[in-house]
Design a protein around this ligand. Sequence first.
Ligand code: CMP
Length: 137
Amino acid sequence: ATEETLVLVKPDGVARGLTGTILARIEAKGYALVDIRLVEPDRDVLAEHYAEHEGKPFYEPLLEFMMSGPSVAIRLTGNRVIEGFRSLAGTTDPTSAAPGTVRGDFGRDWGLAVQQNLVHGSDSPESAQRELGIWFN
Ligand code: CMP
């Protein structure tokens, strides 16, 4: 089915100049951009976005990291785009993410309390709608 998803190029991806590379991979795969913006989220936005991780050991470092610089928020559409983008992104841990994926090709473990893994992609149609409402309002 045609879906929408929220993709974030996180602060590490933007700071390292990987936004264009990541967009090129998304476009080469054939997904369509619906909207795109540079965002500097405040704590409230991030607390909403990451509500499911509240209380985990990496929660505070995660919010600090996400406030360390701008992210690029992208509204993407396409058939099965949620699964498709997550496949392009690779697994959460960049050290073991498969080569050929964004995280596998450009990510690594920097020894920090939070995994800096370059991108975010919604994991279901429900989270996509919820997250799009947070980042595009
Ligand atoms: P994402 O899956 O987009 O959203 C939650 C984020 O928390 C995840 O990306 C990583 O940046 C970070 N994260 C998830 N699991 C861990 C972990 N075990 N240790 C540190 N950071 C993590």
